[in-house]
Write a protein that binds this ligand. Structure first.
Ligand code: COA
Length: 254
């Protein structure tokens, strides 16, 4: 699996999205590889921190649309759901470095990271409605909580991109950096965390997340059921087919 690269060094596991010719869009196999890497990082006592990163020009174009069209995920044990549950329940610090576009799950996965560092070229978007879909990864719960309802409605109903500075102001991003420095800065912060007592890190994270965790998992399950159904409905089929055919979708009958 070269589309996902995993590297472990000095207590830090780095998971890199590496499918640049398809703008780091994520296939079922890539979700599976990332879910497996997270499970391995959780079980391995020598790994204390995980960093998710892309390239300085692109974080991720979200789900691979062809993959979704041809092989829509089925059930809660599908790779995408294993990955989403994995990031929502990962007990050790989880960091992300994001540059360029972060579309769909490329943005929603960040709500489960503890620290997010963005290149000043980062462009976040959650265009689920534009694709005939609904939010996933518990973003319908977490985005309103973090942004406030009206800004969440702007992000989730209009689905328009927002840039790194807006994400910083909304609280999704900890720091904005030149794109050439974002991955390295995430590594330096990860190494700092890896030098701290792991029991204290894990317990602090557990306490910060515990009130919210059941609601997050419940929302994720409900979104997943709707998302799975909507993937097979006319609006999403039209949006995905239009993307593949490089034309504007026609929702006049959806
Ligand atoms: N799934 C499958 N293929 C994708 C993709 C995706 N999510 N995103 C991009 N690609 C493919 C494009 O079809 C294109 O293929 P081609 O070279 O055969 O024409 C290639 O990757 C390059 O993409 P392109 O759109 O030309 O790059 P760009 O730099 O102009 O734009 C994005 C980058 C991310 C803004 C744009 O590709 C995009 O909006 N992608 C779709 C995002 C999306 O709707 N994701 C689904 C979320 S659920």
């Amino acid at each position: 699996m070269t589309d996902i690269l995993t590297h472990a060094e000095a207590g830090v596991m780095t998971i890199t999205l590496n499918r640049l010719d398809r703008k780091n869009s994520i296939t079922s196999a890539m979700y599976g590889a990332m879910a497996d890497s997270l499970a391995a990082a959780e079980a391995d006592a020598s790994i204390r921190v995980v960093v998710l990163q892309g390239h300085e020009t692109i974080f991720s174009a979200g789900n691979d649309i062809g993959d979704f069209l041809n092989r829509p995920p089925a059930g809660t044990e599908s790779p995408v759901f294993r990955f989403l549950r994995g990031i929502a329940t990962f007990p050790k610090p989880l960091l992300a470095a994001v540059c360029g576009p972060a579309v769909g799950v490329g943005t929603t996965m960040l709500f489960h990271c503890d620290l997010v560092f963005a290149g000043d070229n980062a462009a976040f978007s959650m265009p689920f409605v534009n694709l005939g879909l609904c939010p996933e990864a518990a973003s319908s719960l977490l985005v309103p909580q973090m942004f406030g309802y009206h800004r969440a409605a702007e992000a989730l109903l209009l689905g328009e991109p927002f840039m790194a500075e807006a994400a910083l102001e909304a609280g999704l991003v900890n720091r904005v950096l030149p794109p050439t420095e974002a991955n390295a800065y995430a590594q330096s912060q990860a190494r700092k965390l890896a030098g701290k007592p792991i029991s204290a890190l894990v317990e602090t994270k557990r306490l910060m997340k515990k009130a919210q965790q059941p609601a997050v998992l419940q929302q994720m399950g409900e979104e997943g059921a709707s998302f799975g159904r909507m993937l097979r409905e006319p609006a999403a089929r039209e949006a995905f087919t239009a993307f593949m055919e490089k034309r504007k979708p026609d929702f006049s009958k959806c």
